[in-house]
Write a protein that binds this ligand. Structure first.
Ligand SMILES: C=CC1=C(C)c2cc3[nH]c(cc4nc(cc5[nH]c(cc1n2)c(C)c5CCC(=O)O)C(CCC(=O)O)=C4C)c(C)c3C=C
Ligand SMILES: [Fe+2]
Length: 431
């Protein structure tokens, strides 16, 4: 039977997806079975990156303790989508999550979610634009926003305390609610932008009876490093970004700062994380007319090597007490690096995974509309992101940036294998 011949799955019991409902989840769930043999624990790559000539054939393991796309060696392209629920039932959301899990396991291997050519009189199961492109290290990371747990689905008791909204932070005077928040998020990262786009488009298509797109953001180049074997990239202000980031090769640090542990009030979140996204516009024309010494003062690092102004190389720890001949600290007290540093924030750290973006120009002013789509993962966004962000209220960089969107999502743990799906434990099933 062609996978497209199978009707839309209908859970047999209200509020539950039974096994048959899952297995008959159209082409997607059935096709997911075909890749089961490739499932394994942990996130591994088929090749090491810097020696490769063609990343198109590389895959990132889909199943594991944690979802891929967090400590995964950061890819070059991002498509991030937030969705709102249509009027729907828990059973329909569960079915969509099961179909997404099966589809995502195929996409991560560079496979379509169903036939591209099937019955002539029916739309194809897969939209086709990634057909010849290869997996390109695609990762798909799915999460739930605070609004998912309001009274519509009756899941309020499942909302983690750490997912309460961040509220208005010190610098949040320019946030646009229409490009913030959402019930569900999908982060698709890939070495090829079309592969990431294809993933989000096809997940949206699979879920079209249950969800509607709220906002979508593309990122065209990584603005962080999540592995010690990656060159630190540059943000659109021209500075190396990601030098002092948490790296995949530091699992103990990730355990302490990224992965939700026993402390959670919601056991279904164990092994998960909390994602904060912030779309931050840069006032690029003003920055480009600032002199280099002021730019370096603002960050507390040099522009070429990324070394702290207190001395050493890129990876030397900054020293905030060392003084110059003028008697002032070499790293300005209002510099970004000093205010964001763990020493200024009770030891708090983040795993940053941001991307450079452009939306073209701001037609009102004729200036570039571009900046950083900041993404951070952490154990608790109130104790980590919000604490650091509030400390950055005095940041010298604020003259050149404006946050325009802000979101918080709970990212459940990784999928254990075929038959597991996003939030399965949260919905009340055994994993
Ligand atoms: C609240 C968290 C942060 C926001 C928002 C943020 C915005 C932002 N950052 C840069 C550029 C750089 N950031 C750097 C370091 C850095 N930034 C944060 C947090 C936020 N940044 C942290 C925790 C750190 C690490 C501090 C440390 O431990 O030393 C750097 C320096 C290089 C590096 O370590 O990555 C740059 C450059 C921009 C342009 C920006 C908003 C547009
Ligand atoms: Fe920063």
């Amino acid at each position: 039977m062609s996978t497209t011949d199978t009707p839309e799955p209908t859970p047999q019991k209200r509020g539950r997806v039974n096994r048959r409902g899952f297995l008959t989840g159209a082409g997607i769930a059935g096709a997911g079975l075909a890749v089961g043999g490739a499932a394994g624990a942990g996130i591994t790559y088929t090749a090491t990156a810097d020696t490769r000539s063609d990343p198109a054939t590389e895959t990132v393991e889909f199943y594991g303790e944690h979802q891929a796309g967090i400590t995964t060696r950061q890819q070059n392209s991002l498509v991030f989508a937030a969705f709102d629920l249509k009027p729907t039932t828990v059973a329909q959301v569960e079915t969509m999550m099961a179909r997404w899990a099966a589809a995502a396991s195929l996409l991560a291997q560079g496979k379509p979610v169903g036939p591209v050519e099937s019955r002539p009189m029916a739309p194809p199961a897969d939209t086709g634009e990634a057909f010849d492109l290869g997996p390109n290290r695609l990762t798909i990371t799915v999460g739930f926003g605070p609004s998912f747990f309001d009274d519509r689905l009756g899941l309020a008791a499942k909302m983690p305390e750490a997912l309460r909204p961040l509220g208005q932070l010190a610098v949040d005077t320019t946030i646009d609610p229409s490009i913030s928040g959402g019930d569900i998020c999908v982060q698709a990262c890939s070495e090829d932008p079309q592969v990431a786009f294809h993933a989000v488009r096809n997940l949206a298509r699979i879920g079209r009876s249950v969800i509607t797109l709220r906002w979508l953001q593309e990122g065209f180049g990584r603005a962080s490093a999540t592995s010690t074997d990656q060159v630190t990239p540059r943000n659109l202000l021209g500075f190396k970004d990601g030098t002092a980031n948490i790296k995949a090769e530091e699992p103990a640090v990730a355990e302490k700062f990224v992965w939700v542990g026993e402390e959670t009030d919601q056991p279904w979140m164990k092994g998960g994380s909390y994602l904060v996204s912030r779309k931050i516009r840069m006032h690029i024309e003003a920055w480009d007319s600032d002199d280099i010494s002021d730019q370096e003062r603002i960050f507390g690092r040099t522009k070429d090597s990324g070394a702290p102004l207190s001395g050493g190389g890129e990876f030397t720890d900054p020293n905030f007490t060392v003084k110059g001949t003028d008697g002032r600290t070499k790293i300005d007290r209002f510099s970004h690096v000093r205010l964001a540093h763990p020493d200024s924030n009770g030891g708090a750290q983040l795993l940053r995974r941001g991307y450079n973006f452009t939306d073209g120009i701001d037609v009102r002013t004729g200036t570039l509309s571009a900046g950083l789509f900041f993404i951070a993962y952490q154990k608790n966004a109130h104790e980590q992101f919000a604490r650091i962000q509030n400390n950055l209220a005095q940041d010298a960089l604020n003259e050149y940036i404006s946050p325009v969107s802000s979101s918080l999502f709970a990212i459940p743990p990784g999928l254990t294998g075929i038959g597991d799906w996003y939030g399965k434990k949260m919905f009340g099933y055994q994993g």
